[in-house]
Design a protein around this ligand. Structure first.
Ligand SMILES: NC(=O)c1ccc[n+]([C@@H]2O[C@H](COP(=O)([O-])OP(=O)(O)OC[C@H]3O[C@@H](n4cnc5c(N)ncnc54)[C@H](O)[C@@H]3O)[C@@H](O)[C@H]2O)c1
Length: 324
């Protein structure tokens, strides 16, 4: 199999999972860094072959074709909402052209399954929650637009009979290995602040909601999607081309901060900043379609997922748990 974005948070876990299942794994990523991401002292990902290339390049496509994978999981992306606003052209190149490159490469080599990691950003501001797959698409950022265009291409490849392909549409994924960065995800940001004993930074008033889905639940969804596609699940007339991967539950950012404090057993306080551009106020994704067709449902609740994530952070930063 090939995992694009194999050095990233989600991609590295996918590589590890499929490697453990006995797959020959090739990762493809523009980054060549080898910092441990999954657990302290471990290589960045389990892979039999690591290719450093840009998914938009002909070289990347050639490498995929040469590897002749049964399965391509396309997780490489420009993932910053803010970055997509400042550089929409770069965002579109990576997220749209990169996806097309990988679809074409997979098609030309007769890949049995192509799984695209889309994003809940394709929906934009919801009118009804939890969101189902037939909800309107009104993305609020260039990132949402580019992920939507890529999702549409994936659907086209399936409907046109070019490739057994589908999109998984994850909500807010969190778990061990996710990096804290300035304009990044909220859970690792809170974790880092918790371990430093700093107050947690909340953008907006904290009443905005998200659907937090634990990494292992996403991995299980990828695994079940592979089995479904490879067993011909996508061939039936009217078979879905995209599946939400969420819990169906909304959690406010303030509640998340409370749960982080509960996890570490200490009050940290809050610092409030203006809300970011391109952010929605509420979100949750219905898992019902994935349950019906893939047999998937979320297993790890938020308290347990935060506990496991915190354990990873505490082990990653020696001495930090004592300081917290
Ligand atoms: N983390 C989440 O909450 C979340 C939620 C929904 C969807 N997603 C999607 O999941 C996928 C993985 O996200 P992540 O959270 O692991 O982010 P990440 O930033 O950790 O991983 C993305 C990886 O893609 C690589 N990449 C970027 N541009 C590339 C290019 N041009 N060529 C090759 N590699 C390139 C990066 O180097 C990085 O390793 C993305 O497609 C993202 O849109 C993530």
């Amino acid at each position: 199999m090939v995992v694009t974005g194999g050095r990233g948070f989600i991609g590295s876990h996918i590589a590890e999972r499929f490697s453990a299942e006995g797959f020959q794994v090739m990762t493809l990523d523009i980054e060549s860094g080898t910092e441990a991401r999954l657990s302290p002292g471990r290589p960045a990902e389990d892979a039999d072959r690591r290719v450093v290339a840009d998914v938009t390049s002909a070289e990347a496509a050639r490498e995929v074709v040469r590897f002749r994978p049964d399965l391509v999981v396309h997780a490489a992306a420009q993932t910053r909402t803010g970055g997509s606003i400042t550089d929409p052209v770069g965002d579109a190149r990576t997220n749209i052209v990169g996806t097309l490159r990988m679809l074409e490469a997979a098609r030309s080599t007769g890949t049995r399954a192509f799984i695209f990691i889309s994003s809940a950003a394709i929906y934009g501001e919801p009118s009804v929650l939890p969101l189902t797959e037939d909800a309107p698409h009104r993305p609020l950022s260039p990132y949402g637009v580019s992920k939507l265009a890529a999702t549409d291409y994936v659907s086209y490849y399936r409907r046109a009979g070019l490739l057994p392909a589908l999109s998984l549409v994850p909500a807010n994924v969190y778990g061990p290995g996710q990096q804290a960065r300035e304009d990044g995800a909220v859970v690792p940001g809170f974790m880092r602040q918790a371990l430093r004993g700093e107050p947690m930074t909340i953008e907006g008033d904290g009443s905005q909601t998200r659907d937090f889905i634990y990494m292992e639940d996403v991995l299980e969804a990828v695994w079940l999607a592979w089995r479904w596609l490879s067993e011909g699940g996508g061939r039936a007339a009217g078979a879905p081309v995209a599946f939400n991967i969420g819990t169906g539950k909304e959690t406010s950012i303030s509640r998340l901060a409370d749960l982080v404090e509960k996890t570490i057993g200490r009050q940290l306080g809050r610092v409030y900043r203006p809300a970011r551009g391109g952010d929605i106020s509420r979100s949750s994704l219905s898992p019902r379609l994935a349950a019906r067709h893939l047999g998937w449902s979320p297993r790890v609740d938020l308290e347990e997922g935060l506990r496991r994530t915190y354990e990873w952070w505490a082990a990653s930063i020696p001495g930090s748990a004592e300081r917290a």
